[in-house]
Design a protein around this ligand. Structure first.
Ligand SMILES: [Zn+2]
Length: 345
């Protein structure tokens, strides 16, 4: 059973189309039921409703993400950047709003003056220095970097990072370049404070991006030269008279497709039957593996093999069908269908 994608596109808002299509349908005509999107297991709770309401409010206001889950994601993203450590520390400080900006110094009563030295017009916050100051604008124009959203004056720096994180798949490497340039702006600002002559925007951009690129080239070389022991996964044939069905799913996020492979072998390791198919669905990794197992079971049933062992390389799916973990709401129906279907073997 497949979604009527054309009907969904006609009926719901475009931003919801992928969310619907990313839920795999069960081939077993399972009964519809209501699930809550706010919890992993699909069961409604007041806490989850409160969390969703808060998230909706942030989305509307575009203010600082204070949800611990979102924050954890941002910290992982920042500390996982492909940059020198000092840029990671700098980005983390800017997100935590603990850089020694004049606004922060004044709020701690260390200085009386919070005005930006570069323009003399605005309070010197992190967002002002890096986004709104005339000096910052000169730097960004020279960088020719396209920032795919509008930075609002009410934002903190962490909001900028959060919005880049939301587009990380469309804009790989963007955060690293933006942080490198912000770091260049900050370095130049500190040099001016200590009596040096400031550099022009183009020079700041060039030296910052060069610093980043040199690090990334060296880092790439180190990664490529790293010798890691290949992971050995042993495959054993089934006992005589029995068949083994191996299933595997792969998702192609950019193309919004998934690929599924099924191979049925006998005890002599001979391939009895194989299936490979592509589905135009934007499924996640877990949903793809669940769909692969469902397809594998259906294929084995169609081929007519009876004494069968099903094997998936997804530990999560293996745990779900064995009842060792609770299925997330998006695969509950598929897992229930799989458990019903395997009873026919
Ligand atoms: Zn300024």
């Amino acid at each position: 059973m497949e979604w009527r994608a054309d009907l969904i596109r006609q009926t719901v808002m475009s931003q919801d189309v992928d969310a619907i299509l990313s839920i795999p349908l069960s081939a077993n005509r399972a009964r519809d039921r209501l699930i809550s999107a706010g919890t992993k297991n699909g069961k409604f709770s007041v806490r989850s409703a409160y969390k969703m309401a808060q998230e909706a409010a942030w989305g509307k206001k575009g203010t600082e993400p204070s949800d611990p889950t979102i924050l954890r994601g941002i910290w992982r993203y920042v500390w996982g950047m492909n940059t020198p450590d000092k840029l990671k520390h700098f980005a983390w400080k800017a997100c935590k709003n603990i850089l020694a900006t004049k606004e922060n110094l004044k709020s701690r009563n260390i200085t009386n003056d919070n005005l930006c030295d570069a323009c003399g017009k605005q309070s010197e916050s992190a967002c002002h220095i890096f986004c709104f100051c005339e000096k910052a604008k000169e730097v960004w124009v020279s960088s020719k970097l396209a920032i795919p959203f509008e930075i609002k004056p009410s934002w903190d720096f962490i909001d900028v990072v959060w919005h880049i994180q939301k587009r990380k798949d469309q804009c790989p490497g963007l955060l690293e370049r933006i942080i490198a340039i912000c770091w260049g702006i900050w370095k130049n600002r500190n040099e001016v404070i200590h009596g040096c002559k400031g550099r022009v925007g183009r020079a700041i951009t060039r030296s910052s991006l060069l610093f980043l690129e040199e690090f990334q080239i060296v880092n790439e070389g180190l990664q490529a030269n790293k010798v890691s022991a290949p992971e050995v996964v042993k495959w054993f044939p089934p006992r005589p008279g029995c068949y083994k069905v191996n299933v595997d799913g792969a998702k192609f996020s950019k193309r919004k497709q998934v690929g599924i492979r099924v191979v049925i072998c006998d005890s002599l390791t001979e391939v009895v039957a194989a299936l490979s198919k592509k589905m135009a669905l934007p499924l996640g990794a877990l949903e793809t593996e669940a769909k692969a197992l469902e397809e594998g079971i259906q294929f084995a049933s169609d081929v007519g093999v009876k004494d069968v062992i099903f094997e998936s390389d997804s530990m999560n799916i293996c745990n779900l069908v064995q009842g060792l973990s609770e299925p997330t709401s998006s695969v509950q129906i598929i897992v229930a269908g799989i458990l019903r279907q395997v009873q026919s073997f």
